[in-house]
Design a protein around this ligand. Structure first.
Ligand code: CP
Length: 303
């Protein structure tokens, strides 16, 4: 039985298979409309979500399956002190596959150790968000055309941004990727990431000003400052509007540079950019349904 806790739990070949299956689903949705008939997805969301939970639920419904679960820990026996391991062991008697979000890093891994059914990490603290990475890769492959040979700028909260950590782990396995990390000093990419890049001989640069590197980028991955991970409101307020992508800044970019964002957006991308053909973030949210359909099919052995 396979769980997906980290983006490296999937090999490059498995990722390619999931992206190809997602494209097949896009091309012929009807062919998959009963593929999960009789199967149940449990969505165990101990932390808020709009896209991840609803796109997982939509994915299972599109496959003809059913969904059960919760969207807040408040309504569960976690409030009485039940452990994540016990919750998961019990839910695995009620469903065929679990998608779990949790504020504590490592909680989905603990869940996987106790589970009788596949567990998918739907985001754990500031750690990993592997299914967002699948959506990001599908967006890059579909709209940029290739998962090799590009320069990607990752901008914003690189310290707590789990989508950034997962995406880097996945991209280092492709060829010719250059990373440019754009963040204030306080939200720098963690040392374990830069150490890993140095060890693998993968080029990267760390800068503070977005404008300085904009012309070099093939892809710009914007992120919000993660309010919920700050211990101190004052620090959050000081840093939250550090980057705002405006039409003026987009004039510095290549004419085909794609703008990605896992969403939710706060202020870091001006709404005026939404009509720019290079804005890919709402398409990214749409691709998320198809990659999650493909992942569910793959983990249930129905692909
Ligand atoms: N991209 C993402 O994880 O969004 P949600 O927090 O709304 O699920």
């Amino acid at each position: 039985m396979k769980h997906v806790i980290d983006s490296t739990d999937l090999t490059v070949e498995e990722i390619d298979g999931i992206l190809k299956l997602a494209q097949d689903i896009i091309d012929d949705k009807e062919a998959y409309s009963e593929a999960c008939k009789g199967k149940k997805l449990a969505t165990l969301f101990f932390e808020p979500s709009t896209r991840t939970r609803l796109s997982f639920e939509s994915a299972m419904m599109e496959l003809g399956g059913n969904v059960l679960g919760f969207s807040s820990a408040d309504s569960t026996s976690a409030t009485k002190g039940e452990s994540v391991g016990d919750t998961t062991r019990v839910v695995s008697c009620y469903a065929d596959i679990i998608a779990m979000r949790h504020p504590k890093e490592g909680a989905p891994m603990v869940a996987a150790e106790k589970s009788l059914i596949p567990v998918i990490n739907a985001g754990d603290g500031g750690h990993q968000h592997p299914t967002q990475t699948l959506a990001d890769l599908q967006t890059i492959r579909s709209l940029h055309g290739d998962l090799n040979n590009f320069t990607i700028g990752l901008c914003g909260d690189l310290k707590f941004g789990r989508t950034v950590h997962s995406l880097i782990n996945a991209l280092v396995r492709y060829e010719g990727i250059k990373f440019i990390f754009i963040s204030p000093e306080e939200l720098k990419i963690p040392d374990y990431v830069t150490d890993m890049l140095r060890e693998k001989g993968i080029p990267f640069q760390e800068v503070i000003r977005l404008e300085d590197v904009m012309p070099k980028l093939d892809l710009l991955y914007m992120t919000r400052v993660q309010k919920e991970r700050f211990f101190n409101e004052e620090d959050y307020v000081r840093l939250k509007d550090f980057y705002v992508l405006t039409p003026e800044k987009m004039e510095l970019a290549k004419p085909d540079m794609l703008v990605l964002h896992p969403l939710p957006r706060i202020n870091e991308i001006s709404v005026e950019i939404d009509d720019d053909p290079r804005a890919a973030y709402f398409k990214q949210a749409q691709f998320a349904v198809y990659v999650r359909m493909a992942l569910i099919l793959t983990l249930l052995g129905l692909a």
